[in-house]
Design a protein around this ligand. Structure first.
Ligand code: G3I
Length: 606
């Protein structure tokens, strides 16, 4: 850990800026006060942007090259190295007293073609590996104190060694050899193995743990593991890989092997527009991930994979399909986002500095308090009927649906028996094709035996019957109704009593048994009639009030968790996803009932 002590001393020489002390402390100041690293991936090209330069040097005490230290960039021809861009970044880091984290010496995704496409014997390939590492690490000896030696060497899913040109031509021991060569080139440098999708407890993280344990046992020089933490909104929720419990358990077991852990490429992707709600959830998840890192006692750096959303790799359609994605700490105009403030506040509080956020704001971020609760929040408005003939009040958009009872429905594809049952139009969601013309209305009612659902879908291009209903039903035209009958509306995972009933438009073909998909849907005993209509299709469905999974007793103002989605397909896959509940902005209802809305029974005789 000597190297780390040197590193910490190193960054205390933060640059003093001539400007007056900013009202809000910088991330760098709070990181320094925590003797902790907060870094960013930097790409040479962006150093021509003054705002980029200012943000990097004032907000971060560590930086890492996004691409410039990769073999495919440095050694495009065998034995011919071009360090121009790396030297520019190295100089920038030293001029601004920033710790430079080297990324990465060996990576299958950026290996020079002359090697990947070459045919080299094991000995030749080992020589090439050694020459590359000795040249690169040797050039920056004493200036780059941390290296990602090997990146992403473990395969996804099964924890086996990833098949790469290095692994093919040398064998599985190429990783050990790379670490030994790097140590030989700079014995003082801290040497890391780096990977994605290994934040939680899974086959890949198990394989990494076992490799580190083996290396430590055999004296192979390794000092740390980098968890990239390229996350998706929701990944820090209970039960998910980046949740405090699971990621904390993984960091702890690695730390107990005697290595550091660093979060090396943090960003949080999401679907659709970066709405206020998404940015707040993103802030909460950034804070959660940093908190888990800091609480572990083994995690020594938190590096975000870029500075401004504008230049994020995730804006490149080759890597992600949401041009509006906002995964980082600064927006397209370098304005700090809620995620920036959330982690700045956490670092300030841990350093004993004045907090940046109020306790209330922190409680909302950490989910201890609902943003819409508390004195000032708008309570659910008193029920009203826009038409006195309605059998139940108007719904509260995206939050509450009032379902009248008792109303008996005949599943015949006709809607005369649905008269005056309130209908809700849904035309918004995370996936809308250009010129979207798909929308639907739903209605729900009940009698003393059954709960009835109606969906009237407007869709000019129906596409169904082309996917395996058992597994990919949601990729073709279908309507979904969700129920949470457990009484616990905060439930964050599926249990008996929670059901996702996906009803395929393909039921129009009158199959012998209903074509149904979704979590626990096999327990729903659902009946379905589906008919084509002049502008789309209609679905009537019913479930018994009493099944092995639930006992629903309609009572005036009785509440169930409730949600509805529509999947639209115009050709061979889904191009439209509409969602009713405002709390589900990321298509999470399939795994997280806490984002459902509420169905409130309304006794029509009242
Ligand atoms: O600079 C060239 C440009 O001249 C050329 O016209 C253009 C044509 O595609 O390519 C440009 O290079 C691109 C390079 O980034 C610089 O922007 C490459 O195409 C592109 O593939 C490369 O993507 C990088 C990717 O790694 C692959 O190296 C991303 O920027 C970078 O964010 C990403 O980072 C990786 C980490 O290193 C490892 N962990 C995963 C992470 C995300 O994939």
């Amino acid at each position: 850990m000597l190297c780390l002590a040197l590193l910490l001393a190193f960054t205390s020489l933060a640059p003093t800026t001539a400007q007056s002390t900013p009202a809000t402390p910088t991330l760098r100041e709070m990181a320094d006060k925590n003797k902790f690293y907060v870094g960013a991936a930097v790409y040479t090209y962006h150093l021509s942007d003054p705002l980029h330069v200012e943000t990097v040097k004032t907000q971060f005490n560590m930086m890492t090259p996004e691409n410039e230290a990769k073999a495919c960039e440095l050694q495009k021809a065998r034995g011919v190295f071009n360090f121009t861009k790396m030297d520019q970044l190295m100089d920038f880091a030293e001029q601004n007293n920033m710790v430079f984290r080297g990324h990465t010496l060996v990576w299958h995704s950026c290996t020079p073609n002359w090697f990947s496409n070459g045919k080299f014997s094991r000995d030749e390939a080992i020589q090439i590996l050694r020459d590359h590492i000795m040249t690169v690490v040797g050039r920056y000896k004493g200036r780059i104190p941390i290296w990602d030696v090997v990146n992403e060497g473990i395969a996804d899913g099964n924890g086996k060694m990833r098949v790469t040109p290095w692994q093919q031509m040398i064998g599985d021991d190429y990783i050990e050899l790379a670490f030994r060569f790097a140590h030989e080139a700079d014995p003082e440098a801290l040497l890391f193995y780096n990977d994605y999708g290994a934040e939680g407890m899974n086959a890949k993280s198990d394989a990494i743990y076992n490799m580190v344990k083996d290396f430590k046992a055999r004296g192979v020089p390794i000092d740390g593991v980098g968890l990239q933490a390229h996350l998706t909104l929701g990944d820090t929720r209970n039960g998910r890989g980046a949740s405090p419990r699971i990621m904390g358990e993984n960091i702890k077991r690695l730390g107990e092997l005697g290595v550091q852990v660093q979060l090396t490429e943090v960003d949080i992707k999401h679907k659709g527009e970066p709405t206020e709600d998404i940015l707040r959830q993103e802030a909460a998840e950034y804070r959660s991930v940093l908190q888990t890192c800091l609480d572990s006692g083994y995690c020594t750096a938190f590096i975000v994979w870029g500075v401004t959303d504008k230049y994020s790799w995730l804006r490149d359609s080759r890597f992600y399909d949401n041009p509006k994605v906002a995964p980082l700490l600064f927006d397209d105009h370098y304005q700090p986002k809620p995620a920036f403030t959330a982690i700045l506040d956490l670092l300030a509080r841990r350093a004993g500095e004045p907090p940046i956020l109020s306790d209330d704001e922190v409680a909302i971020l950490t989910g201890e308090k609902k943003p819409d609760s508390g004195a000032g929040a708008a309570a659910v408005p008193a029920p009203t009927k826009s038409d006195p003939a309605q059998l139940a009040p108007d719904s509260v958009a995206g939050a509450v649906y009032y379902a009248p009872f008792p109303v008996t429905i005949t599943l015949d594809g006709e809607t005369d028996d649905w008269t005056n049952v309130p209908r809700v139009t849904v035309d918004k969601g995370p996936t809308l094709p250009a010129g979207n013309d798909t929308s639907y209305q739903f209605a729900v009612t009940a009698d003393d035996k059954k709960l009835y659902f109606l969906a009237e879908v407007k869709d000019s291009k129906l596409a169904y019957g082309t996917h395996n209903p058992a597994s990919e039903w949601y990729l073709e035209d279908s309507v979904e109704f969700y129920l949470n009958t457990t009484g616990d509306l905060k439930l964050g995972e599926y249990k008996p009593g929670v059901v996702q009933i996906g009803i395929l438009a393909a039921n129009i073909t009158k199959p012998d048994a209903p074509l149904i998909g979704g979590g626990n849907s096999d327990t729903s005993q659902v009946s379905v009639v589906a008919v084509k209509t002049e502008d789309g299709y209609r679905i009537e469905a019913s479930v018994p009030l009493v099944t092995d999974a639930w006992k629903i007793v309609p009572a005036h103002m009785g509440v169930l968790g409730f949600q509805s989605h529509l999947n639209g397909s115009s050709a061979d896959t889904r191009d439209t996803k509409l969602i009713w509940s405002a709390a589900d902005t990321q298509d999470e209802s399939w795994s997280n009932p806490s984002v459902f809305g509420q169905l409130v029974f309304w006794d029509k005789t009242k």
